[in-house]
Design a protein around this ligand. Structure first.
Ligand code: VGL
Ligand code: ZN
Length: 209
């Protein structure tokens, strides 16, 4: 059965800084690129997200004197993991992986653009109220189902999948087209959270070839 024309593929953050050699490398992050390119050809609708931070962003450890990357701090909107500086607007690290090949993608959602708010999710920022507009876009396009692939499984992919469900979409994560950071058990926790939220966890072999 072909993939429904009411389904969209959401390609999360396949950017140089998340690839080995980048500022916040996801192990094996480069390995998902050929698979994503192939899967995308099965979809009528392809949306791409791009982590896109201003310099001095609140998620950077360097913005908090005395703090180190991967520490957790409390911000007005809740807990925030601190990261190395990554995906700064218009830098090479923020560009898509050079082999990502999605000629028919119609929308790029840039997120994390507000200096004082992080955004793992492609739908809702970390304050849980600032929206990127993505669910409205998908709904206006008649989309009812979102398949997610990309980086990192336990951060941006997971939060996008949870928010897709919360917004009323059917949501699937194609596990072999994702890779995780896996910080302090974050991968195992992400799998459980997604299962509990009703996100379908599938393999690319479950989709039409
Ligand atoms: C991401 C940490 C910080 C991601 C983005 O794309 O998963 N992770 N910013
Ligand atoms: Zn980020």
């Amino acid at each position: 059965m072909p993939i429904s024309p009411r389904a969209a593929l959401l390609v999360i953050d396949v950017q140089n800084d998340f690839i080995p050699g980048g500022q916040l490398p996801v192990p094996e992050g480069d390995l998902v690129v050929p698979l994503i390119n192939r899967l995308a050809r099965q979809f009528k609708h392809v949306v791409v997200s791009q982590d896109w931070h201003p310099s001095g962003h609140i998620s950077f450890a360097s913005s908090h004197p005395g703090r180190q990357p991967f520490e957790l701090i409390e911000l007005p909107y809740g807990a925030q993991t601190l990261w190395p500086e990554h995906c700064v607007q218009d830098t090479d690290g923020a560009q898509f992986h050079p082999e990502l090949d999605l000629p028919h993608a119609q929308l790029i959602i840039r997120k994390g653009c507000n200096l004082g708010i992080d955004s793992y999710s492609a739908f809702l920022e970390a304050d849980r109220s600032t929206t990127t507009g993505l669910s409205g876009y998908l709904r206006e396009r008649g989309i009812d189902t979102v398949y997610m692939v990309g980086l990192a499984l336990d951060f941006c992919v997971m939060f996008s999948a949870l928010d897709a469900r919360a917004a009323g979409f059917n949501a699937f994560v194609v596990l072999d087209a994702c890779r995780a950071i896996d910080l302090d058990g974050s991968l195992a926790a992400a799998i459980i959270r997604m299962q509990e939220a009703g996100v379908g966890l599938i393999q690319s072999s479950d989709l039409p070839a």
